[in-house]
Design a protein around this ligand. Structure first.
Ligand SMILES: NC(=O)c1ccc[n+]([C@@H]2O[C@H](COP(=O)([O-])OP(=O)(O)OC[C@H]3O[C@@H](n4cnc5c(N)ncnc54)[C@H](O)[C@@H]3O)[C@@H](O)[C@H]2O)c1
Length: 326
Protein backbone atom coordinates (compact mmCIF):
# COMPACT_ATOMS: atom_id res chain seq x y z
CA UNK A 1 0.00 0.00 0.00
CA UNK A 2 1.04 3.60 -0.56
CA UNK A 3 -0.06 5.97 2.19
CA UNK A 4 -0.35 9.71 1.74
CA UNK A 5 0.57 11.18 5.11
CA UNK A 6 -0.70 14.74 5.41
CA UNK A 7 1.24 16.70 8.00
CA UNK A 8 4.07 14.18 7.61
CA UNK A 9 6.68 16.89 8.14
CA UNK A 10 5.21 17.65 11.57
CA UNK A 11 6.13 16.21 14.94
CA UNK A 12 3.71 13.27 15.03
CA UNK A 13 3.51 12.88 11.25
CA UNK A 14 7.26 12.36 10.96
CA UNK A 15 7.00 9.52 13.47
CA UNK A 16 4.09 8.00 11.57
CA UNK A 17 6.11 8.14 8.32
CA UNK A 18 8.99 6.41 10.05
CA UNK A 19 6.79 3.69 11.58
CA UNK A 20 4.95 3.09 8.29
CA UNK A 21 8.13 2.74 6.24
CA UNK A 22 9.75 0.54 8.88
CA UNK A 23 6.65 -1.66 8.66
CA UNK A 24 7.19 -2.03 4.89
CA UNK A 25 4.53 0.41 3.67
CA UNK A 26 5.22 3.08 1.03
CA UNK A 27 4.76 6.66 2.24
CA UNK A 28 4.30 10.02 0.52
CA UNK A 29 4.22 13.21 2.61
CA UNK A 30 1.78 16.01 1.80
CA UNK A 31 2.51 19.11 3.89
CA UNK A 32 2.32 22.89 3.51
CA UNK A 33 5.31 23.30 5.85
CA UNK A 34 3.38 25.90 7.89
CA UNK A 35 4.71 24.33 11.10
CA UNK A 36 6.41 21.28 9.56
CA UNK A 37 10.10 20.85 8.78
CA UNK A 38 11.13 19.37 5.41
CA UNK A 39 14.25 17.78 6.95
CA UNK A 40 12.02 15.54 9.05
CA UNK A 41 10.94 13.71 5.89
CA UNK A 42 13.35 10.79 5.39
CA UNK A 43 15.35 10.28 2.20
CA UNK A 44 13.39 8.18 -0.27
CA UNK A 45 9.99 9.46 0.89
CA UNK A 46 8.52 11.98 -1.59
CA UNK A 47 7.44 15.32 -0.13
CA UNK A 48 4.63 17.18 -1.90
CA UNK A 49 4.44 20.74 -0.60
CA UNK A 50 0.83 21.86 -0.66
CA UNK A 51 -2.20 22.68 1.45
CA UNK A 52 -5.08 20.29 2.06
CA UNK A 53 -7.23 23.25 1.01
CA UNK A 54 -5.87 22.87 -2.53
CA UNK A 55 -8.06 20.07 -3.90
CA UNK A 56 -6.37 19.96 -7.30
CA UNK A 57 -2.95 19.56 -5.80
CA UNK A 58 -4.20 16.81 -3.48
CA UNK A 59 -5.88 15.02 -6.40
CA UNK A 60 -2.66 15.18 -8.40
CA UNK A 61 -0.61 13.82 -5.50
CA UNK A 62 -3.06 10.91 -5.05
CA UNK A 63 -2.86 10.06 -8.76
CA UNK A 64 0.88 10.66 -9.26
CA UNK A 65 1.82 8.36 -6.39
CA UNK A 66 -0.87 5.70 -6.76
CA UNK A 67 -2.09 6.37 -3.21
CA UNK A 68 -4.19 3.60 -1.64
CA UNK A 69 -4.67 5.07 1.85
CA UNK A 70 -4.48 8.41 3.65
CA UNK A 71 -3.37 9.26 7.17
CA UNK A 72 -4.54 12.81 7.80
CA UNK A 73 -2.54 14.61 10.47
CA UNK A 74 -2.29 18.07 8.89
CA UNK A 75 -4.02 20.57 11.15
CA UNK A 76 -3.59 23.54 13.43
CA UNK A 77 -3.35 22.34 17.02
CA UNK A 78 -3.03 25.19 19.51
CA UNK A 79 -6.03 25.35 21.81
CA UNK A 80 -5.42 28.95 22.95
CA UNK A 81 -4.83 30.20 19.42
CA UNK A 82 -8.05 28.52 18.29
CA UNK A 83 -9.99 30.65 20.77
CA UNK A 84 -8.59 33.81 19.15
CA UNK A 85 -8.71 32.53 15.55
CA UNK A 86 -11.75 30.24 15.27
CA UNK A 87 -12.33 30.96 11.57
CA UNK A 88 -8.74 30.04 10.76
CA UNK A 89 -9.06 26.80 12.73
CA UNK A 90 -12.37 25.83 11.09
CA UNK A 91 -10.91 26.61 7.67
CA UNK A 92 -7.68 24.64 8.12
CA UNK A 93 -9.05 21.75 10.15
CA UNK A 94 -12.61 21.30 8.85
CA UNK A 95 -12.60 22.81 5.35
CA UNK A 96 -9.11 21.36 4.73
CA UNK A 97 -10.48 17.93 5.67
CA UNK A 98 -13.61 18.34 3.54
CA UNK A 99 -11.55 19.24 0.46
CA UNK A 100 -9.20 16.33 1.13
CA UNK A 101 -12.10 13.88 1.51
CA UNK A 102 -13.58 15.10 -1.76
CA UNK A 103 -10.33 14.26 -3.56
CA UNK A 104 -9.95 10.96 -1.70
CA UNK A 105 -13.43 9.73 -2.57
CA UNK A 106 -13.17 10.96 -6.18
CA UNK A 107 -9.97 8.92 -6.52
CA UNK A 108 -11.59 5.85 -4.87
CA UNK A 109 -8.88 5.65 -2.21
CA UNK A 110 -10.23 2.95 0.14
CA UNK A 111 -8.79 3.83 3.60
CA UNK A 112 -8.65 7.00 5.69
CA UNK A 113 -7.15 7.54 9.15
CA UNK A 114 -7.96 10.82 10.91
CA UNK A 115 -5.98 12.45 13.75
CA UNK A 116 -8.51 13.39 16.37
CA UNK A 117 -7.80 14.38 19.95
CA UNK A 118 -8.87 13.88 23.56
CA UNK A 119 -9.89 17.56 23.25
CA UNK A 120 -13.20 16.27 21.82
CA UNK A 121 -14.17 15.18 25.36
CA UNK A 122 -13.75 18.63 26.95
CA UNK A 123 -14.02 18.29 30.75
CA UNK A 124 -15.01 14.64 31.21
CA UNK A 125 -16.26 13.90 34.71
CA UNK A 126 -15.27 10.23 34.74
CA UNK A 127 -12.37 8.21 36.07
CA UNK A 128 -11.54 6.63 32.71
CA UNK A 129 -12.67 8.22 29.46
CA UNK A 130 -14.14 5.64 27.08
CA UNK A 131 -15.07 6.27 23.46
CA UNK A 132 -18.70 6.40 24.67
CA UNK A 133 -18.03 9.28 27.08
CA UNK A 134 -19.99 12.29 25.79
CA UNK A 135 -18.00 14.68 23.59
CA UNK A 136 -18.34 18.26 24.80
CA UNK A 137 -15.31 20.12 23.42
CA UNK A 138 -14.28 23.26 25.29
CA UNK A 139 -12.40 25.07 22.52
CA UNK A 140 -12.75 25.75 18.80
CA UNK A 141 -9.78 23.38 18.33
CA UNK A 142 -11.68 20.54 20.02
CA UNK A 143 -14.80 21.44 18.03
CA UNK A 144 -12.89 21.17 14.74
CA UNK A 145 -11.70 17.71 15.73
CA UNK A 146 -15.21 16.56 16.63
CA UNK A 147 -16.65 18.05 13.42
CA UNK A 148 -13.82 16.30 11.58
CA UNK A 149 -14.85 12.95 13.07
CA UNK A 150 -18.45 13.54 11.92
CA UNK A 151 -17.27 14.42 8.43
CA UNK A 152 -15.06 11.36 8.22
CA UNK A 153 -17.75 8.99 9.54
CA UNK A 154 -20.49 10.40 7.31
CA UNK A 155 -18.25 10.09 4.26
CA UNK A 156 -17.45 6.51 5.18
CA UNK A 157 -21.16 5.68 5.52
CA UNK A 158 -22.01 7.33 2.20
CA UNK A 159 -19.15 5.99 0.11
CA UNK A 160 -17.81 2.82 1.75
CA UNK A 161 -14.50 4.52 2.62
CA UNK A 162 -12.94 2.63 5.55
CA UNK A 163 -12.27 5.17 8.30
CA UNK A 164 -10.68 5.51 11.71
CA UNK A 165 -10.65 8.50 14.04
CA UNK A 166 -7.82 8.25 16.55
CA UNK A 167 -8.27 10.31 19.71
CA UNK A 168 -4.74 11.01 20.93
CA UNK A 169 -4.25 11.83 24.60
CA UNK A 170 -1.08 13.76 25.68
CA UNK A 171 1.63 12.98 23.16
CA UNK A 172 5.29 13.21 24.27
CA UNK A 173 8.78 11.92 23.55
CA UNK A 174 10.67 11.30 20.32
CA UNK A 175 12.16 8.40 18.38
CA UNK A 176 15.31 10.45 17.80
CA UNK A 177 16.41 13.92 18.97
CA UNK A 178 15.93 15.45 15.50
CA UNK A 179 12.28 14.32 15.47
CA UNK A 180 11.41 15.91 18.83
CA UNK A 181 8.56 18.40 19.16
CA UNK A 182 9.97 21.90 18.74
CA UNK A 183 6.92 23.71 20.13
CA UNK A 184 6.32 24.66 23.76
CA UNK A 185 2.61 23.88 24.00
CA UNK A 186 2.37 21.23 26.67
CA UNK A 187 3.67 20.35 30.08
CA UNK A 188 7.00 18.65 29.31
CA UNK A 189 8.51 21.36 27.06
CA UNK A 190 7.01 24.05 29.31
CA UNK A 191 8.92 22.59 32.26
CA UNK A 192 12.08 22.20 30.15
CA UNK A 193 11.82 25.86 29.18
CA UNK A 194 11.57 27.01 32.79
CA UNK A 195 14.45 24.80 33.93
CA UNK A 196 16.61 26.05 31.05
CA UNK A 197 15.87 29.64 32.13
CA UNK A 198 16.83 28.66 35.69
CA UNK A 199 13.30 29.49 36.74
CA UNK A 200 10.95 27.28 38.76
CA UNK A 201 8.47 25.18 36.77
CA UNK A 202 4.89 26.27 37.28
CA UNK A 203 1.94 24.28 38.57
CA UNK A 204 -1.38 25.84 37.64
CA UNK A 205 -3.46 25.02 40.71
CA UNK A 206 -2.82 22.44 43.45
CA UNK A 207 -6.35 22.43 44.83
CA UNK A 208 -7.93 19.97 42.39
CA UNK A 209 -9.77 16.91 43.77
CA UNK A 210 -6.82 14.61 42.98
CA UNK A 211 -4.43 12.82 45.40
CA UNK A 212 -1.72 15.55 45.26
CA UNK A 213 -4.09 18.36 44.25
CA UNK A 214 -2.60 18.80 40.74
CA UNK A 215 -4.16 17.88 37.40
CA UNK A 216 -3.82 14.35 36.08
CA UNK A 217 -3.25 13.47 32.43
CA UNK A 218 -2.56 10.37 30.34
CA UNK A 219 0.74 10.62 28.42
CA UNK A 220 1.49 8.54 25.36
CA UNK A 221 4.91 8.10 23.74
CA UNK A 222 4.89 9.30 20.13
CA UNK A 223 6.60 6.06 19.05
CA UNK A 224 3.73 4.03 20.52
CA UNK A 225 1.25 6.41 18.90
CA UNK A 226 2.94 6.00 15.51
CA UNK A 227 2.78 2.22 15.86
CA UNK A 228 -0.93 2.49 16.63
CA UNK A 229 -1.29 4.17 13.21
CA UNK A 230 0.37 1.21 11.53
CA UNK A 231 -1.99 -1.18 13.33
CA UNK A 232 -4.97 0.99 12.35
CA UNK A 233 -3.86 1.22 8.72
CA UNK A 234 -3.54 -2.55 8.53
CA UNK A 235 -6.97 -3.07 10.13
CA UNK A 236 -8.64 -0.73 7.61
CA UNK A 237 -6.84 -2.38 4.73
CA UNK A 238 -8.13 -5.81 5.70
CA UNK A 239 -11.73 -4.68 6.47
CA UNK A 240 -13.34 -2.60 3.73
CA UNK A 241 -16.19 -0.42 4.99
CA UNK A 242 -14.82 -0.40 8.54
CA UNK A 243 -15.45 2.55 10.89
CA UNK A 244 -13.34 2.85 14.03
CA UNK A 245 -13.16 5.46 16.78
CA UNK A 246 -10.32 4.76 19.20
CA UNK A 247 -8.68 6.39 22.19
CA UNK A 248 -4.90 6.27 22.11
CA UNK A 249 -3.54 6.54 25.60
CA UNK A 250 -1.90 4.34 28.22
CA UNK A 251 -4.84 4.20 30.60
CA UNK A 252 -2.62 5.56 33.39
CA UNK A 253 -2.77 8.98 34.94
CA UNK A 254 0.26 11.03 35.97
CA UNK A 255 -0.12 14.24 37.98
CA UNK A 256 1.59 17.50 37.10
CA UNK A 257 3.58 17.33 40.34
CA UNK A 258 4.71 13.75 39.65
CA UNK A 259 5.71 14.77 36.14
CA UNK A 260 7.77 17.75 37.36
CA UNK A 261 9.51 15.55 39.96
CA UNK A 262 10.42 13.02 37.23
CA UNK A 263 11.61 15.76 34.87
CA UNK A 264 13.82 17.24 37.60
CA UNK A 265 15.32 13.80 38.28
CA UNK A 266 15.91 12.90 34.61
CA UNK A 267 17.33 16.26 33.54
CA UNK A 268 19.59 16.65 36.59
CA UNK A 269 17.92 19.90 37.65
CA UNK A 270 16.55 20.07 41.15
CA UNK A 271 14.20 22.98 41.02
CA UNK A 272 11.01 22.80 43.05
CA UNK A 273 7.90 24.12 41.28
CA UNK A 274 5.92 27.19 42.21
CA UNK A 275 2.15 27.03 42.40
CA UNK A 276 0.07 29.67 40.63
CA UNK A 277 -3.74 29.87 40.32
CA UNK A 278 -5.69 27.41 38.16
CA UNK A 279 -5.98 28.12 34.44
CA UNK A 280 -9.59 28.38 33.31
CA UNK A 281 -10.84 25.29 31.51
CA UNK A 282 -8.30 22.76 32.84
CA UNK A 283 -10.12 19.56 33.80
CA UNK A 284 -8.87 17.84 36.99
CA UNK A 285 -8.36 14.45 35.40
CA UNK A 286 -8.34 13.16 31.81
CA UNK A 287 -7.23 9.55 31.52
CA UNK A 288 -8.09 7.24 28.64
CA UNK A 289 -9.62 3.86 28.79
CA UNK A 290 -7.34 2.01 26.37
CA UNK A 291 -9.53 -1.11 26.30
CA UNK A 292 -11.15 -0.66 22.89
CA UNK A 293 -7.91 -0.33 20.94
CA UNK A 294 -6.50 -3.34 22.80
CA UNK A 295 -9.53 -5.41 21.75
CA UNK A 296 -9.89 -4.07 18.21
CA UNK A 297 -6.24 -3.90 17.19
CA UNK A 298 -4.38 -5.92 19.82
CA UNK A 299 -2.35 -2.76 20.46
CA UNK A 300 -0.89 -1.61 23.76
CA UNK A 301 1.59 1.15 24.60
CA UNK A 302 5.08 -0.09 25.45
CA UNK A 303 6.90 3.06 26.58
CA UNK A 304 6.62 4.65 30.02
CA UNK A 305 6.70 8.29 31.08
CA UNK A 306 10.44 8.12 31.88
CA UNK A 307 11.11 7.14 28.24
CA UNK A 308 9.02 10.08 27.07
CA UNK A 309 10.84 12.59 29.28
CA UNK A 310 14.32 11.25 28.51
CA UNK A 311 13.81 11.23 24.73
CA UNK A 312 12.10 14.64 24.74
CA UNK A 313 15.02 16.02 26.80
CA UNK A 314 17.56 14.75 24.23
CA UNK A 315 15.62 16.66 21.57
CA UNK A 316 15.45 19.77 23.76
CA UNK A 317 19.21 19.72 24.46
CA UNK A 318 19.92 19.35 20.75
CA UNK A 319 18.20 22.70 20.17
CA UNK A 320 19.28 24.29 23.49
CA UNK A 321 22.77 22.86 24.09
CA UNK A 322 23.32 25.15 27.10
CA UNK A 323 20.51 23.37 28.95
CA UNK A 324 22.43 20.14 29.50
CA UNK A 325 23.64 19.32 33.01
CA UNK A 326 26.68 17.10 32.76
N1 LIG B 1 0.73 17.00 19.62
C1 LIG B 1 -0.29 16.56 20.35
O1 LIG B 1 -0.16 16.43 21.59
C2 LIG B 1 -1.61 16.20 19.70
C3 LIG B 1 -2.65 15.68 20.51
C4 LIG B 1 -3.85 15.35 19.91
C5 LIG B 1 -4.00 15.47 18.53
N2 LIG B 1 -2.99 15.99 17.78
C6 LIG B 1 -3.20 16.11 16.33
O2 LIG B 1 -2.15 15.45 15.66
C7 LIG B 1 -1.88 16.07 14.42
C8 LIG B 1 -0.40 16.36 14.28
O3 LIG B 1 0.00 17.21 15.34
P1 LIG B 1 1.53 17.59 15.60
O4 LIG B 1 1.69 17.69 17.07
O5 LIG B 1 2.41 16.71 14.83
O6 LIG B 1 1.52 19.08 15.00
P2 LIG B 1 2.56 19.76 13.99
O7 LIG B 1 2.17 21.22 13.94
O8 LIG B 1 3.96 19.42 14.34
O9 LIG B 1 2.19 19.05 12.62
C9 LIG B 1 1.15 19.46 11.77
C10 LIG B 1 1.68 19.37 10.34
O10 LIG B 1 0.63 19.67 9.43
C11 LIG B 1 1.09 20.64 8.49
N3 LIG B 1 -0.11 21.39 8.09
C12 LIG B 1 -0.89 22.18 8.88
N4 LIG B 1 -1.94 22.64 8.18
C13 LIG B 1 -1.83 22.13 6.92
C14 LIG B 1 -2.62 22.21 5.74
N5 LIG B 1 -3.75 22.92 5.70
N6 LIG B 1 -2.20 21.54 4.64
C15 LIG B 1 -1.06 20.81 4.63
N7 LIG B 1 -0.27 20.69 5.74
C16 LIG B 1 -0.66 21.34 6.86
C17 LIG B 1 2.14 21.45 9.21
O11 LIG B 1 3.08 22.07 8.35
C18 LIG B 1 2.81 20.37 10.07
O12 LIG B 1 3.85 19.71 9.38
C19 LIG B 1 -2.78 17.31 14.37
O13 LIG B 1 -3.94 16.96 13.63
C20 LIG B 1 -3.13 17.54 15.81
O14 LIG B 1 -4.35 18.21 15.96
C21 LIG B 1 -1.79 16.36 18.33
Amino acid sequence: MTWLITGGAGYIGAHVVRAMTEAGEQAVVYDDLSTGIADRVPDGVPLVVGSTLDGERVARALADHGVTGVVHLAAKKQVGESVDLPLHYYRENVEGLRVLLEAVTAADVPSFVFSSSAAVYGMPDVDLVTEETPCVPMSPYGETKLAGEWLVRATGRATGLSTASLRYFNVAGAAAPELADTGVFNLIPMVFEKLTENAPPRIFGDDYPTPDGTCIRDYIHVVDLAEAHVATARALQSSPGHSLTLNIGRGEGVSVREMIDMINAITGYDRPPTVTPRRPGDPARVVASADRIATELDWKAKHDVQDMIASAWEGWVRVHPGAARS
